[in-house]
Design a protein around this ligand. Sequence first.
Ligand SMILES: NC(=O)c1ccc[n+]([C@@H]2O[C@H](COP(=O)([O-])OP(=O)(O)OC[C@H]3O[C@@H](n4cnc5c(N)ncnc54)[C@H](O)[C@@H]3O)[C@@H](O)[C@H]2O)c1
Length: 308
Amino acid sequence: MVADPRPDAAASLANRFGAKAIVDPLQLITDNSVEAVVIAASAEAHADLIVACAEVGKPIFCEKPASLTLQDSARSLAAVEAAGVTLQVGFNRRFARDFRAAHEAIVGGAIGTPQLMRSLTRDPGLANPGGVPPWTIFLQTLIHDFDALLWLNPEADPIEVYATADALVAPDFKASGLLDTAIVVITFDNGARAVAEASFSAAYGYDVRAEVFGSVGMVTAGSDARTAMVLRDATGLRQETARGDVELMGDAYTAEFVEFVTAIQQGRQPYATGQDARRALAVALACIESVETHAPIAVDRSAAMLAR
Ligand SMILES: NC(=O)c1ccc[n+]([C@@H]2O[C@H](COP(=O)([O-])OP(=O)(O)OC[C@H]3O[C@@H](n4cnc5c(N)ncnc54)[C@H](O)[C@@H]3O)[C@@H](O)[C@H]2O)c1
């Protein structure tokens, strides 16, 4: 079953899978034939939908960001905990094979203590600059990089951010709140420094990468290449690049749903939790304050601390 307040949107997805299309998400959530719910609605709807699912005891997969404020995060996570339901958040990089291998190498001690880190997201197209909600670059794009960096520095918590951002791709929309280019420096309590950057308009395709330099080694993950094939001819070297997130991250999207179903069946926590989403959100919110004040901002400790 697919629910969307826009009947055309619900029908176009439902028709591809022979599913039923409805306009009221609450009707879907409370339907007895629905065993689990995937929330891929606009971000501002996520927290209320998570609470509605928890109240009827349904497992939840929610796209990032799971909420847009720490208050909504606390409210929705409390409902999930009270109901004891599964909540997985759509941090797809955790399910990309190279990112997962990088994480496992770091956890296994292969690079020693992380010291310098970088993560980037470059999106190929900004089709509708007027339709981008304010602060999207931090709350919905760089939130992937914040989660990846926190996950790739697993023994540490973020303590401070400094962020700078601008509208370089669509400057005419800056006055109405668009930021399409950003750089963030994150300081961790183990001393590591991370740089996260994002652009909404990479001419060459969709580009997601990470690098972690540690005391005894370095790992890298991610690529903008569509395949590993490299063509060499009289003009030089050429490699095709991925043009969208589904093309680049298709396997990761599949793997995260496999994890969701497996976690439900095994009655365990999924690999990317609501608590992970809260930590990444705390970094994103500190970035917004940093851009507003032009100053480094302490990350909310109570939200950013990993429960160890
Ligand atoms: N993992 C990724 O890399 C990735 C990629 C793209 C989008 N996303 C996330 O997916 C979510 C959706 O993104 P989008 O660009 O499609 O957003 P969008 O704002 O275009 O909304 C998608 C649909 O949600 C519907 N909607 C709004 N309120 C709803 C509600 N209460 N119940 C049900 N449907 C509702 C809208 O009518 C629309 O059809 C966002 O949270 C976004 O950050 C994640």
